[in-house]
Design a protein around this ligand. Sequence first.
Ligand code: 6U4
Ligand code: NA
Ligand code: NA
Length: 175
Amino acid sequence: YTQTRFYTNAFIISDDKLLLGFKKRGFGANLYNGFGGKVEPGETPAQAAARELKEESGIDAPLEHAGVLIFLTEGTEWAFHIDVFSARSYTGEPTETDEMRPGWFSLSENSINGNDDRLGVSSSPGLPSIPYSKMWADDIYWLPHLVEGKKFMGRADFAKEGDKFIMRKFWFGAV
Ligand code: 6U4
Ligand code: NA
Ligand code: NA
């Protein structure tokens, strides 16, 4: 990998709810994700994270660094370095944009694994469970740590099959 591209991803937690955005277009379209994008020249990752959160969801939040993820894709000459941020409060109202449709998902008290939509259970009646089946395949491994406030780093290796990304390997550790 001759080059690294820097991105951000921000997750907002409010009480026992997690805010995700359904990406309507571009890379990762039709998947739920945090809010984020490219770090522009002259920006720190933290500045980029705040700007992208505002652009894509309409809210501001006291973001804190939560982890680092490296994504490698077969046939792609660069590595993606994602600084992941989280916040436990926010101001403004989550608002749909051209890129993202925000929505709240339920977090259980002790573990969000019990909230996996693939198990068909939700701890918070009325709110959907975490839509892991419609998220990037690595998210189920590190998102519980983010929710628990534990810092992490990880690397996911993807293969591209047609227009689909298949996760081949995932390595993850607490930091
Ligand atoms: P902007 O600057 O908003 O146009 P955008 O293309 O929307 O950038 P983003 O953050 O959706 O960027 O995707 C950046 C890169 O990181 C892509 O390769 C997809 C990948 N990616 C983003 N979030 C991911 C996640 N939660 N899990 C994962 N890959 C993710 O495995
Ligand atoms: Na963006
Ligand atoms: Na984006």
